[in-house]
Structure formats: structure tokens, C-alpha cells
Design a protein around this ligand. Structure first.
Ligand SMILES: [Zn+2]
Length: 323
């Protein structure tokens, strides 16, 4: 057992603020003896380190636990750059080969690799657009990992589990689901700048609800909408579509004409009835040109015949959102 005086991170932070770096160092070291994997403490300890080399050691420890931690990555880069400037070239330390695990498929990869060579996913939140434009090498691996973390979620909903699910959802273009998981991760304590930035970006995106009983159509629509910088949400029939509309209040609805159960026309009329509570334009999709008039009568703002071109649907959505 290690004898501790019971310092908390708050005590150490107060010491740092008071300019007592030596005292803060002692306190943080004692906390780390009991909680060697406390990421916040590791970050503060790196911040009050006596030397650049010592700082690097603590940042590397933190990055081993949390490879996506942007603050640590950026600090580490800055420190390495400082070391390179300080030393004459012949004394430069060869950069250590440092490995980490892909946060999506768990494969061992090089630390500086942004895109995993095994699954092809990107497990960094530094550019959301880069993630959604990325083509996965093996989507099956990512979906398999998603099932694993969903099982974990049922057992314990921790910030880490939500963060992983958010990354996996973002890589499979489920950006509404990703937003939900990042918000949960943040609420539970994973409020790193990269996660907060992802939340802000996703929240600011326009939300498009697609209602279609065909998984093929949904799978075609999803990348078109997500890669155009909008958030995608789907429902597989009219009833689910209406319920999702009431709950999520999308900015626009893309609605299939023919669906089993409540069809598109009926769903459109009911969505239109919600106007006083929430108004959003509706685009109807159909394989038949004759349906255009019936779609208008049911209150649809626009109509597109299937199959549709990516440019056409994105242009139609943008036009209606701009009104
Ligand atoms: Zn991977």
C-alpha cells in the first residue's frame, strides 16, 4: 500500500495556479501512484514537468491510454519540435517507433498513422469531413467492432464506450448516432477539445430525415447527405418516420412514395398536419412520374423520380433549405 495524503486534482491545479509548480508536481505524482491511468492528472503532470523530456514521457503515457487525445498529440508535437530546434542535428534522438491500436478494429498500427491499414477507418476527430469522405477498406470489421462496443454499452455505459461508438458510427456515416454518442461521452467526462468540436460541428449541421422501406435507397442516400455536410437520420416505414419526425424535428424530410403499411402520401399528410408544431419541407421519391401531382396534393414541396442523381437530390435539398 502506498501512503497517500489524499491530494485531489483540484489541490494540484490550485498549486499550479499559485505558481507552486514543485508542490503541484509532488501532489500529482502521489495521485498517479493510486491512479496511474488518470488521463487528466497525466496531462497536468506533463504540464508541470521540470524538463521537456519529462513532459514527453507523461504525454506518451497518456497517449498510450488515449491515442486520440488531440491536446496531448499537439503538445507532444510541439515538444518534439522544440527539442529538434535546441539540439544540433548530430545529437538528435532518433524518433522512437511507437505503436498504438486502431480504435475502430483494434489492429496494431504505427502511432502516427491516421488511416488504419487493416479496416481503412480513421480514428481521429481532427477532421470530420476527412472521416466521412473516407472509403472503408473493410466495413465488415468496423461493423463487427460496433457490435462488440454495443455489447459493452449494455454492460456499462462509460465515456470510453460512447466515444468508441461515436467513432465507429462516424466511420460508417451514421452521423446522427455519432452525435448522440459524443454527447454522452462528453456528459460522462470525455470532454476533450476534439470531442467538443465534433459535437459543435454535428449540432450545427442541418438534419435530414429519410423515410424509405428499401435499405438500398437508404444506403444510397446516406453518403450523399452526410458527405454534403448534413446530418442523416433514417426511418424504415411511415409510422416510424412520423414518430422520428416528432421526436427529432428534422430540417427536411425525404419520403418514399410506396411503403408497406402507412404509405408515403399518408405520411406526408400527417407530417404536414404537424406544421404548427414543426414545419419542414418534404421531398417525395417515386419510381412513377404520374405520382407527382398526388405528391403535391399531399403537401410535398418537391418530387424526384427514382433513380435520382446525387447532384440533383443535393441541389433540391439545398434549394428547399435555403427558402
Ligand atoms: Zn482499424
Amino acid at each position: 500500500m502506498v501512503a497517500i495524503k489524499g491530494y485531489t486534482l483540484t489541490d494540484a491545479v490550485l498549486a499550479v495556479r499559485a505558481g507552486q509548480r514543485d508542490k503541484a508536481r509532488t501532489m500529482l505524482d502521489e495521485i498517479l501512484q493510486c491512479e496511474p491511468e488518470n488521463k487528466q492528472v497525466l496531462l497536468w503532470r506533463a504540464g508541470v514537468a521540470a524538463t521537456t523530456e519529462e513532459s514527453i514521457l507523461f504525454l506518451e503515457r497518456l497517449l498510450n491510454l488515449d491515442p486520440a487525445n488531440r491536446q496531448a498529440k499537439e503538445s507532444l508535437d510541439a515538444l518534439h519540435a522544440r527539442l529538434r530546434r535546441k539540439r544540433p542535428p548530430e545529437e538528435r534522438v532518433a524518433q522512437r517507433v511507437w505503436k498504438r491500436n486502431c480504435e475502430l478494429c483494434d489492429a496494431e498500427i504505427m502511432a502516427q498513422q491516421v488511416k488504419c491499414p487493416r479496416c481503412g477507418g480513421i480514428d481521429s476527430l481532427s477532421s470530420l469531413q476527412e472521416v466521412v469522405e473516407n472509403q472503408l477498406k473493410d466495413e465488415r470489421l468496423v461493423l463487427e467492432a460496433r457490435r462488440h462496443w454495443e455489447d459493452r454499452l449494455r454492460k456499462s455505459a462509460t465515456a470510453e464506450v460512447h466515444y468508441r461508438l461515436g467513432l465507429l458510427d462516424l466511420n460508417t456515416l451514421r452521423n446522427s448516432e455519432a452525435l448522440f454518442h459524443f454527447e454522452e461521452a462528453s456528459r460522462l467526462g470525455n470532454n476533450y477539445p476534439s470531442v467538443e468540436r465534433a459535437i459543435q460541428t454535428l449540432r450545427a449541421q442541418r438534419l435530414i430525415l429519410a423515410v424509405d422501406d428499401s435499405p438500398t435507397v437508404l444506403n444510397v442516400l446516406r453518403p450523399m447527405i452526410v458527405r454534403s455536410g448534413m446530418r442523416f437520420l433514417q426511418a424504415e416505414d411511415g409510422e416510424q418516420g412520423l414518430a422520428t419526425f416528432r421526436r427529432a424535428l428534422p430540417d427536411l424530410v425525404v419520403l418514399d412514395f410506396q411503403m408497406p403499411g402507412m404509405d408515403g402520401l399518408e405520411t406526408c399528410r400527417l407530417i404536414r398536419k404537424e406544421r404548427l408544431k414543426h414545419d419542414a419541407p418534404v421531398i417525395m421519391l417515386s419510381g412513377k412520374l404520374l405520382d407527382k401531382l398526388r405528391a403535391k396534393l399531399a403537401g410535398a414541396n418537391d418530387y424526384l423520380a427514382k433513380p435520382f442523381e446525387e447532384a440533383t437530390i443535393v441541389r433540391t435539398i439545398r434549394k428547399l433549405l435555403a427558402k
